[in-house]
Design a protein around this ligand. Structure first.
Ligand code: GLN
Length: 253
């Protein structure tokens, strides 16, 4: 049986607004198609024994400034191995606090600079006024599988991210990379970094399948097409949510 291997980093520290649910969704959608899924948890101190490049998907959720500060040194100690996995094509899904830590640095709401892995050029700075945060529902538009797709989520971040060369999507409702931004997240072929919690993949099944499709195709060395699943309920929820947040002509906020 084909098996997809996931490394879920710091699940005990980075798990805001259902972020761990994203990996449940991946496992469920694989199971429904007859694939297996191994989910390994990485916690502080596991760097030595972890073979990052052996995973199909590396995942980090979001967290408060405090947790980001606590784990930063450990994450940095794994930089070369994570970079090797990324260069090798492992898919990286990074949510909010995880997104910030892949960039140059995150200057948090206490003015403390937390070094990022520096895999990408962007950097993030939070206001020292802890009330200045982007909070609420968000809808962005992105290209998934060659088609435009509306991605629904929830954002809550004080960090404002700048210098993003290739954003994940265009903001239709909410803030995105910073207050009133037109763009959200960061994207490359095997990377999606986003502020969208929610959990992201429960609300956006096409995105979940895009990631699964990428991983299975990379393993197989050829394009793998996925059997369609019954997403009737998910689609109804999306309709309600999109109807609530967007008018007939898309609006920002
Ligand atoms: N602590 C970071 C911020 O406030 C990330 C928050 C999050 O992951 N939701 O910007």
């Amino acid at each position: 049986m084909k098996t997809l291997r996931i490394l879920h980093m710091y699940p005990n520290m980075l798990d805001l607004y259902g972020d761990s649910g994203n990996m449940e969704i991946i496992a469920y959608r694989l199971r429904m198609r007859g694939y297996a899924c191994i989910k390994d948890s990485y916690t502080i101190g596991d760097g030595e024994k972890t073979d990052f490049s052996s995973y199909d998907l590396i995942y980090l959720g979001g967290g408060a400034d405090f947790e980001q500060q606590l784990l930063a040194d450990d994450l940095l100690s794994c930089r070369d191995k994570i970079k090797a996995a990324y260069d090798n094509g492992t898919f990286m899904l990074m949510i909010c606090g995880g997104y910030q830590l892949m960039g140059q640095y995150y200057k948090d709401s206490n003015g403390e600079k937390i070094p990022g892995l520096g895999l990408f050029d962007y950097y993030t700075v939070a206001s020292t006024n802890k009330r200045e945060r982007c909070i609420g529902n968000i809808v962005i538009e992105s290209e998934i599988g060659g088609e435009s797709y509306k991605i629904i989520g929830f954002e809550n971040h004080g960090g404002m991210t700048d210098n993003v060369s290739t954003p994940f999507g265009k903001v239709l409702f909410g803030n995105g990379n910073k207050f009133g931004s037109d763009t959200e997240g960061y994207r490359e072929k095997n990377v999606i970094c986003t502020y969208l919690h929610g959990p992201l993949l429960a609300k956006n099944p096409k995105l979940a399948d895009h990631i699964i499709g990428y991983c299975l195709s990379r393993q197989a060395g050829e394009a793998v097409s996925l059997k369609a699943l019954n997403d009737e309920l998910e689609e109804k929820c999306r309709e309600v949510m999109l109807g609530r947040l967007l008018t007939e002509t898309d609006r920002k906020r």
